[in-house]
Write a protein that binds this ligand. Structure first.
Ligand SMILES: Cc1ncc(COP(=O)(O)O)c(C=O)c1O
Length: 406
């Protein structure tokens, strides 16, 4: 790189790290590859016709919709979301408690601007959502990783970690958690742990960021109350249309105490002024016609079949090789433990066999804890591809365990 750029970069820019998954995706784009690596919705479930029906709003109100909007978000969309999310949030939130964001990824970035100073600590599940770790890291944050089991984050480990960090003079700024159908872990936090987390948050005065893009994509069991619904003022909740309607809309929302929402709004002013007015209006039109509620069962049915296909074929091909996992009750991912295998090595063989996944290590705030894990996405493949992919993966595991003699 030329001197004129190198000498003028910010410190953040010099230390920032790219997403290993995005770089890996380039390797995966090969003909014949079965990919469990991404985190994308199935294209066949996008509600193209129903979404297109809303395009008439351009004729009805085009002069407003093609204009800049307020940073806070398009009021009819916020009104819909306040009503629609009320059962999960425990109440209908006020407009000044909600900000529309450009995907929930933007909520993570705005929150990082608002909260993180160089060297601050963030408590996360270990493993956690890679792009959240990346954005927090790029803002100067460091991590305390808490292991998970089938009931989600093992929250009783948190108090000791906070006390230790404070004894060392460090600041623990917030707890970041993906409570429903974790990415990548697949687990869902039990109600008891949600309540316990709120007790810990109050006792130690550490707020919670509840990231919930998958919460409405549940295949089995009952919906659980949000952490937000148990706390008076210490939780900020992020939701998204990406997994329930379309990631291409880039529309998400964040709900929390009005002082924090105001703070995030100020940072959003400097980031993108406002999320696309026309897209917000199209999403609002779609939702207010009742289409979202009509669409969710279609998604859930499509993905449940795929989740079941992955479960069946994991049992058939990978369980006999010692692989273990928690069956996800919803969401997009399996997190597979291969006790004796380094999944970075497995990845190379798997790519040769034309099946892709993401090795576990980049998801782990504590380096090294993910080397025996793999994240597998099932929503983007057909049940037939899932079966074939599992076969290929089992062959790759076999080859790694017993190297071929040439
Ligand atoms: C846990 C989690 N949070 C946030 C996001 C960001 O989603 P979006 O910006 O598309 O709303 C994702 C996307 O995969 C995710 O898995």
């Amino acid at each position: 790189m030329s001197k004129i750029w190198q000498e003028n970069f910010s410190n953040i820019s010099k230390n920032s790290r790219p997403s290993p998954i995005r770089e890996m995706l380039a390797l995966i784009r090969q003909p014949g590859m079965i990919s469990f690596a991404g985190g994308m919705p199935a294209p066949e479930v996008f509600p193209v016709d129903k979404f297109y029906e809303g395009v008439h709003i351009l004729k009805d109100d085009g002069a407003n919709l093609l204009q800049y909007g307020t940073t806070e978000g398009y009021p009819p969309l916020k009104e819909f979301l306040a009503e629609w999310t009320a059962p999960r949030m425990g109440r209908k939130v006020n407009p000044d408690e909600m900000l529309i964001t450009t995907g929930s990824q933007q909520a993570l970035d705005l929150f990082a601007w608002a909260m993180i100073d160089e060297g601050d600590l963030i408590i996360t599940e270990d493993p956690s959502y890679l792009a959240a770790l990346t954005v927090f890291f790029n803002h100067g944050g460091d991590f305390i990783g808490i292991p998970t089991d089938r009931e989600g984050m093992m929250v009783d480990m948190i108090p000791e970690k906070i006390e230790k960090a404070r004894a060392e003079g460090k600041k623990v700024k917030f707890i970041y958690t993906i409570v429903n159908f974790h990415n990548p872990g697949g687990s869902t936090m039990s109600v008891e742990r949600r309540k316990r987390l709120v007790e810990i948050s109050k006792k130690y005065n550490v707020p919670v960021f509840e990231d919930d893009p998958y919460g409405y994509v549940r295949y089995d069991g009952e919906h659980l109350p949000s952490i937000f619904s148990f706390h008076d003022d210490g939780v900020i909740y992020a939701g998204s249309f990406s997994k329930i309607l379309s990631p291409g809309t880039r529309i998400g929302w964040v709900t929390g105490p009005k002082e924090i929402i105001r703070n995030l709004t100020v940072f959003k002013q400097g980031t993108d002024l406002c999320s696309s007015t026309i897209t917000q209006a199209l999403v609002a039109e779609y939702c207010n016609k009742g289409h979202l509620d009509g669409h969710l069962p279609t998604i859930i049915e499509n993905y449940r079949v795929k989740r079941d296909a992955m479960e069946k074929n994991l049992e058939k091909y990978l369980a006999p090789m010692g692989a273990t996992w928690v069956k996800p009750e919803g969401g997009f991912f399996y997190w597979i433990n291969f006790p004796k295998i380094n999944t970075n090595d497995l990845f190379k063989i798997a790519i040769d066999k034309k099946v892709a996944f993401v090795p576990g290590d980049p998801f782990c705030p504590t380096p090294g804890t993910g080397i025996h894990h793999a994240r597998l996405n099932y929503t983007f493949s057909t049940p037939e591809q899932i079966e074939e992919g599992m076969k290929r993966l089992a062959e790759a595991v076999n080859e790694l365990a017993i190297p071929a003699v040439h």
